[in-house]
Design a protein around this ligand. Structure first.
Ligand SMILES: O=CC(=O)O
Length: 441
């Protein structure tokens, strides 16, 4: 039997044997923004044989660099940078060019932006099979790397470097807004203040009815949202994935300002020093984490097989009224299973920045964002009543979490530094597929 959306949440259960936060100052978290630790990442140019006048070729896919002219000046001096045209980046032409060896024996692939450079589609066996054996490194914008078969690249001896380090700060900041949204029912608050006006003025000529209905919706939300809103303090924040992004989220919520208890699950347990500096308690599997958490944030890369982690089975054992946030990848969530859990009250509120079929957003979830009835096309009173009776409790955004200027500055810079490092015979800075390579660097 479905629970009403506004059942007060039980007080949080403390995490068993929680890890005490160490009293010594936490070491700086890895980040790569202009104010972060960019300068601690070395710029390593290749050692060239002065008698060899040929420079290694870098295939630059996507827009020209925009933010880091000084690094690019060194980069383009060290390498011959070839940038295929927009038409050449379409898949069929791109394949043809690779077959013809149009760009020679290039050593690196460079994609500095997230918005361009992906025109050729997925880097699967078909594209990877056409690469010259000279390619050693593929450095790309983006925290996620589900657009490339990094396992196959690794088997071919090509290091794939992502740029999650550059996005971590922005994604963690966005996650703060989303976590708070699930505790404070922001979609309800925002919808009640704005939607009745928006919908009624666009669909009803009756402005008096619209304004009365809107006023009532506002007052209702003002009085009733209190009963379902909670402070995050002392609640358990469960992080699924404890890489750069998970660690930055932990640092924000586990400190005195928010005072949440941090729990995490990751395939690899992190060192005790990190757990203690972030006050994070490890859970050995997803089910235990879901059962212990008041709010979970999904911040882990997409599964290699594209399969979801958040499924009907995984959601069986959650703590009743769990709040759910996804800033990772839509493919990690079975959205039908999530909608079922929201409908029957196992999940009280959700915030999703990413969606399984982007740019399409699940219609079931959209209805829960705006009110659970189909409000478009109804009269003003009915629309307001819908928002009143079925307040939004799902925040939906357009894959915006990592999207800041600072992230993009970092994407460019980090991708260039990764290529300079690898082609200079040094360790890659942010490799993700070394475990698939026959030999490591
Ligand atoms: O989703 C954005 C990214 O992968 O950086």
């Amino acid at each position: 039997m479905a629970e009403p959306y506004n059942t007060p949440m039980p007080a949080s259960t403390p995490v068993p044997a929680s890890t005490p936060r160490s009293s010594s100052p936490a070491p700086p978290l890895p980040s790569l923004t202009p104010n972060g630790s960019m300068t601690t990442i070395p710029l390593r140019l290749p050692q060239q044989d002065p008698s060899d006048k040929r420079r290694p070729i870098v295939l630059h896919i996507g827009d020209p660099i925009k933010y880091n002219p000084a690094t690019y000046a060194e980069f383009s001096q060290a390498f011959e940078v070839i940038r295929p045209s927009t038409a050449e980046r379409e898949r069929s032409e791109f394949k043809k060019a690779l077959q013809e060896r149009r760009w020679g024996d290039f050593s690196a692939i460079f994609r500095p932006f997230w918005g361009t450079g992906g025109e050729m589609g997925r880097w699967d066996a078909e594209l990877i099979g056409l690469l010259p054996t000279s390619v050693k490194v593929f450095a790309s914008a983006g925290a996620g790397f589900d657009w490339a078969d990094t396992k196959l690249l690794g088997k071919r001896g090509i290091i794939y470097c992502n740029s999650g380090l550059a996005a971590a700060e922005a994604v963690a900041d966005f996650a703060v807004a989303m976590v708070i949204s699930t505790f404070r029912h922001l979609p309800w608050c925002m919808g009640a203040a704005t939607l009745p006006y928006f919908l009624t003025t666009s669909s009803s000529p009756d402005s008096t009815t619209a304004s009365v209905a809107a006023g009532k919706t506002f007052q209702t939300c003002h009085s009733l949202a209190t009963a379902v809103s909670h402070n995050p303090r002392n609640h358990v924040l469960g992080l699924i994935g404890f890489g750069n992004i998970g660690q930055q989220i932990a640092a924000r919520f586990g400190n005195a300002s928010f005072g949440m208890r941090i729990a995490y699950y990751d395939v690899v347990r992190k060192p005790a020093s990190m757990e203690s500096s972030l006050g994070a308690t490890y859970y050995p599997n997803l089910e235990l984490l879901l059962a212990a958490s008041d709010c979970v944030v999904l911040c882990t890369p997409a599964s290699a097989d594209g399969k979801p982690l958040i499924t009907t089975d995984a959601l069986k054992q959650v703590k009743k009224g769990l709040r759910f946030v996804n800033v990772a990848r839509g493919s990690l969530v079975d959205e039908e299973a999530l909608a079922d859990a929201l409908e029957d009250g196992r999940i009280s509120a959700a915030a999703l920045d990413v969606h399984s079929e982007e740019p399409r957003v699940s219609q079931r979830l959209v209805k829960m964002a705006f009110g659970e009835q189909d409000i478009v096309g109804r009269n003003a009173k009915e629309q307001a009543k819908s928002i009143f009776d079925h307040p939004g409790r799902v925040m939906l955004t357009c894959h915006n979490a990592g999207g800041t200027v600072e992230t993009h500055i970092g994407f460019e810079e980090l991708s260039m530094r990764n290529i300079m490092a690898v082609l200079g015979g040094h360790k890659a800075i942010t490799p993700v597929n070394l475990h698939y390579m026959k030999t490591t660097e």
